[in-house]
Design a protein around this ligand. Structure first.
Ligand SMILES: CC(C)(COP(=O)(O)OP(=O)(O)OC[C@H]1O[C@@H](n2cnc3c(N)ncnc32)[C@H](O)[C@@H]1OP(=O)(O)O)[C@@H](O)C(=O)NCCC(=O)NCCS
Length: 129
């Protein structure tokens, strides 16, 4: 297992949630959150040396709290493991709560595995540091 760069001190992405992303309850659709988790994790995987990558699994997904329209949501990504061709990234999603003086709470978290691939879309080693 190769060495990973230390965690970022800022989110991989921040997104302002819009009415178009709502479910039947008027809160943000879980699939929209998963899509941003995939993007945030991929940004982290690229930072760690992956060039072209595919998502192979997304697991340990927990929706702790609903996300509201207008929430400015932060997607924090941290590398858990770098294998030969795969990288595992944990993404923690945080949103501020106005009723808690804007304090951020964890609304969702997940673990995503990406595989570094060549132009033929077959696995290739992640460059070692
Ligand atoms: C990802 C993919 C290239 C892997 O192909 P494969 O033939 O299983 O490749 P390998 O067996 O050589 O495994 C490659 C790496 O993936 C890891 N891997 C494969 N399947 C896995 C799984 N289900 N969970 C976790 N890791 C997995 C292996 O452990 C290996 O990691 P390592 O090199 O760090 O040890 C292939 O399954 C694929 O193309 N899947 C579709 C990906 C895609 O389209 N994603 C977008 C979804 S919308």
């Amino acid at each position: 297992m190769s060495q990973s760069l230390p965690p970022w001190n800022e989110p991989a992405i921040r997104v302002l949630m819009m009415p178009r992303d709502t479910n039947a309850h008027g809160t943000i659709f879980g699939g929209v959150i998963l899509s941003y988790i995939d993007q945030a994790g991929a940004i982290e995987a690229r930072r760690q040396g992956c060039a072209l990558m595919v998502t192979v699994t997304m697991d340990k997904v927990v929706f702790h709290e609903p996300v509201q329209v207008g929430d400015l949501v932060s997607f924090w990504a941290e590398t858990i493991r770098i294998g030969r061709t795969s990288i595992t990234v944990k993404v923690v999603v945080k949103a501020p709560r106005p009723d808690m003086a804007g304090q951020e709470i964890t609304v969702t978290e997940a673990q995503v595995v990406y595989v570094n691939v060549g132009t033929d879309r077959r696995p290739i080693p992640i460059p070692r540091r």
